[in-house]
Design a protein around this ligand. Structure first.
Ligand code: NDP
Length: 329
């Protein structure tokens, strides 16, 4: 049996490129469960893997795609039967292991999560790693004491995947959300998703730096890191928390200790890749319950495998709005 996959290869001169190829089942890696993929997602990390950046892919040829959803085709594991609907995010699938930009994948059963009731494979990929990470960030902020009465929550990188889903989920939970974005053209989208206020990233960064600035936010979900994270930490109110989950603006953190010492601010790290099964199923169930797919529909773009090289360049330059879904057929 053969299937279509986007194969990413590295030439002798180091150039990384991807093209759709027809592969035989014998090319699938070892694993307990074979999945017919219905939808995959596009994430910032996929952009890195498809362009050979970030040192994430070590072995070529490679199939990228850090998340996918579909139907079990074959299973050697008692937890999954043929026909079961499943979703996979993280576990370094699509980086160290072959991923979702393919009609078929073979993976470890431990990496799979049964699709929550009521969620289609397409719904699951509208969420994907982005939605799971947004949910984990909110869960963590609430665990640290956040509630709607505490005040405004800032979301950075708001027009991207994790950011836009965070805005929608927070609003659904009754929070007042401020969205920080570098793209004023997406202000209407952010308002529609539930942002009460929108801050222009350039204007935010141009304000004079002080060791502590006016306490404007009860909490923040930060998708970008770098100088933006350094600055927003100084604007978090007493006892507030920041969920740090992304590095679209860089990995360096230049700040000072006063927000921690004088305001008791918490900096909380969020990782979606190695989350244990129970935390994943809990987060997926809450996502399925909370997320308003109809309200988000205008922020979803569908493409085929062929379009992925172009989309990879776009996500790395911060030009993707919302979520891109990949239909491998
Ligand atoms: P997207 O590209 O969809 O969103 C990133 C957003 O960041 C952009 O839309 C843009 O938002 C903003 N941005 C881009 N470049 C810059 C820049 N130079 N300076 C400031 N802001 C910038 O990516 P994802 O939503 O998929 O991922 C967001 C981040 O989260 C990435 O760094 C990713 O690696 C990370 N991530 C981490 C996970 C984890 O487990 N910790 C899981 C998933 C993602 P706008 O135009 O609104 O300003």
């Amino acid at each position: 049996m053969s299937f279509r996959a986007l194969l990413t290869e590295k030439a002798e001169d180091g150039t990384v490129s991807s093209a759709v190829q027809i592969l035989e089942d014998a090319r699938l890696p070892e694993g307990d469960v074979t999945v017919d993929i219905e939808w995959a997602g596009l994430n910032y990390k996929d952009g890195l893997c498809l362009t050979g950046q970030g040192g994430l892919v070590r072995t070529y040829p490679h199939v990228a795609g850090v998340d996918f959803a579909g139907t079990v085709r074959e299973s050697d594991d008692s937890r999954y039967r043929v026909g079961d609907k499943v979703v996979l995010t993280g576990w370094r699938v699509g980086e160290a292991y072959w991923g979702g930009y393919s009609e078929r994948a073979r993976v470890k059963a431990d990496w799979l999560v049964p699709l929550p009731n009521g969620l289609s494979a397409r719904d699951a990929m509208i969420m994907g790693t982005a939605g799971l990470t947004a949910m984990l960030a909110i869960n963590r902020l609430e665990w640290a004491g956040l509630s709607p009465s505490k005040g405004d929550v800032l979301v950075t990188g708001a027009a991207g995947g994790v950011g836009s889903i965070s805005v929608a989920l927070l609003r659904r939970l009754g929070y007042s959300v401020t969205a920080l974005s570098g793209r004023p053209q997406h202000a209407d989208m952010l308002r529609d998703l539930g942002a009460a206020n929108i801050i222009n990233r350039n204007e935010f960064m141009e304000q004079p730096d002080k060791p502590l600035e006016s306490a404007r936010f009860a909490a923040a979900i930060d998708c970008v890191g770098g100088a933006v994270l350094g600055k927003l930490l100084r604007q978090i109110a007493y006892g507030g928390s920041v969920a740090s989950l992304g590095n679209a603006a860089g990995i360096k953190l230049d700040t000072n200790v006063l927000p921690f010492l004088l305001r008791g601010v918490n900096l909380l790290g969020i990782d979606s890749v190695m989350q244990p099964f129970d935390a994943r199923t809990e987060a997926w169930a809450r996502l399925a319950d909370l997320f308003d797919f109809a309200a988000y529909a205008g922020n979803v773009e569908e493409v085929g495998l062929d379009a992925l090289p172009e989309k990879a360049a776009q996500i790395l330059s911060g030009a993707i709005k919302g979520r891109v879904l990949i239909n491998p057929k």
